[in-house]
Design a binder for this molecule. Structure first.
Ligand code: GLU
Length: 496
């Protein structure tokens, strides 16, 4: 019987959730769900100096927003907990000691001054850099002396002096490293806290993780990790190192960026919360991420995660560095916006309008949202399209009311007639409004665009606004007449 498939996302809470981290989480989650396995959230918080208190909340809420759920984790518990490494320190110390007893690790008393000096000399000589294994060569008497001195020490892993190690990677095939290229990395720091390497390997073993999907920046340390599994006598997991994400220009790594920046004139978002704040829908962002290094097939770019799950194989992920297809994101988001029920779209857009300081009326928003559904590509764009609906007193440049071909007096006359016609309507319903205004166009002998342009400015304060008749209907008779009065007033002053 094969073991159940178990995957984990293991972020370090050192900052807001990065879009690259979200992609790693997504691939782990998709594969766990594909296999009917378990997805674990583990928090790697042993590097106390780099902790950012708000980061954990940001990571958790970001994953939830994307629709990525976990079966085990710090908040939901599970049989392999605790799921925060800071609560598992004894376990790591135990296994560090065990490795020393087995002769697979050793204590190192080298001071930071000695290590700095070593690095300096190695740089000058342009030779191999890294720890020179000084303490690995100490004899038992020297070790005993140093131990009794109480001097601080770290624990280092003993990498075999010769030979090589291969790791099995589902995305890249086998990757082989020669041991002489590897360093005796620190497993336990002098404060008794583990390094990433020790905590990560111990936890992956005890949490029975079968597949490790993570960013390719971890490839260089993967051989050390598998050597540790071997030293412990534990079964190695299967690796899948996801392709590097490049800046949109193709120059440089996106993973090096910590927040939004401009790349060749284009704004590039980096933190997941920046995507959220910019008005992207989670369905669109998750779809966008699934397209980085993986393809749904059949040339289909728009798909849900339910559709992707049965198809998602790690071995299909392309190892080549990939750019995030930012240029596709607006388009994708537009597709998802158009698919949303008006009530859900109104609910999603409301926080953006409120953040812009607008007192949103839910009924009015629901009436107006279908008018802009085809026009907006982000929820944030709803603000510039719909703000005029929620403003009491419009402020705009009166010259916008003047239609060039008829001039101020002609515009005033047209608007006065519009007011009369609309005041006489009892039913402010789109078709009735359209019929009434089109009749007026014929009566006045102007072009539809001329008349409608003046009315548009009068009711919205803008030259570009949602479709006119729907807008008039949404605003309602009283507010439309009040806005026409305001415009007539402004125009009269221009004519005088
Ligand atoms: N805590 C590591 C990180 O921040 C985890 C790497 C891994 O998945 O092994 O990315």
């Amino acid at each position: 019987m094969s073991l159940p498939v178990r995957l984990r996302f293991a972020p370090s809470p050192t900052g807001p959730l990065h879009i690259g981290g979200a992609r790693t989480a997504l691939f782990n989650w998709l594969y766990a769900r594909h296999c009917g396995g378990v997805f674990v959230l583990r928090i790697e918080d042993t590097d106390r100096s780099r902790l950012v208190p708000e980061a954990l909340d940001d990571i958790v809420s970001g994953l939830r927003w994307l629709g990525i759920d976990w079966d085990e984790g710090p908040d939901v518990g599970g049989p392999y907990g605790p799921y925060c490494q800071s609560e598992r320190a004894d376990l790591y110390r135990h296994w560090a000691r065990w490795l020393i007893e087995q002769g697979q690790a050793y204590k190192c008393w080298c001071t930071s001054e000695r290590l700095d000096m070593l690095r300096h000399v190695q740089h000058q000589e342009k030779g191999k850099v890294g720890y020179d294994r000084h303490c690995r060569r100490l004899d038992p008497t020297q070790v005993a002396q140093l131990e009794s001195s109480g001097a601080p020490y770290v624990v280092r892993f003993k990498v075999p002096a010769s030979g090589g190690t291969s790791i099995q990677d589902l995305i890249r095939g086998d990757i082989t490293f020669q041991h002489e290229q590897l360093e005796d990395l620190v497993l336990l720091k002098s404060d008794g806290f583990p390094t990433y390497h020790l905590a990560n390997v111990v936890d992956d073993h005890f949490m029975e993780i079968t597949h490790i999907v993570r960013a390719d920046e971890w490839i260089p340390t993967a051989p050390l990790h598998v050597l540790m599994y071997d030293a412990f006598g534990w079964k190695r997991p299967v690796y899948a190192h996801a392709p590097l994400i490049l800046n949109p220009s193709g120059k440089g790594k996106l993973s090096k960026r910590t927040q939004a920046f401009t790349d060749e004139g284009q704004e590039v978002l980096v933190q997941l919360r920046e995507f959220r704040r910019a008005g992207y829908l989670p369905e669109a962002v998750v779809n966008f991420l699934a397209n980085v290094g993986w393809a749904f097939g059949d040339d289909q770019e728009v798909f849900t995660m339910e559709q992707a799950t049965p198809r998602f194989e790690l071995s299909d992920v392309n190892p080549a560095p990939a750019r995030l297809p930012y240029s596709k994101l607006d388009w994708l988001n537009g597709v998802y916006i158009r698919e949303l029920e008006p009530s859900r779209l109104a609910t999603a857009a409301k926080p953006f309008l409120e953040a812009a300081g607008l007192p949103v009326d839910d009924g009015l928003l629901l009436k107006a949202i279908p008018l802009v559904r085809e026009r907006i590509k982000t929820l944030r764009e709803a603000v510039s399209w719909l703000d005029f609906l929620f403003i009491d007193q419009l402020a705009y440049d009166p010259s916008l009311l003047v239609e060039n071909r008829v001039g101020p007096a002609g515009s005033l006359l047209a608007l006065t007639r519009v007011r009369e016609v609309l005041a006489a309507l009892t039913d402010f319903e789109t078709e009735r409004l359209e019929a009434a205004l089109r009749t007026l166009v014929a009566d006045l002998g102007v072009k539809p665009a001329q008349l409608f342009g003046i009315v548009r400015v009068a009711v919205s304060g803008k030259t570009v606004a949602p479709p006119l008749f729907g807008t008039l209907g949404a605003l309602g008779k009283d507010r439309v007449l009040a806005r026409l009065d305001q415009a007539i007033n402004l125009l009269s002053r221009l004519v005088m």
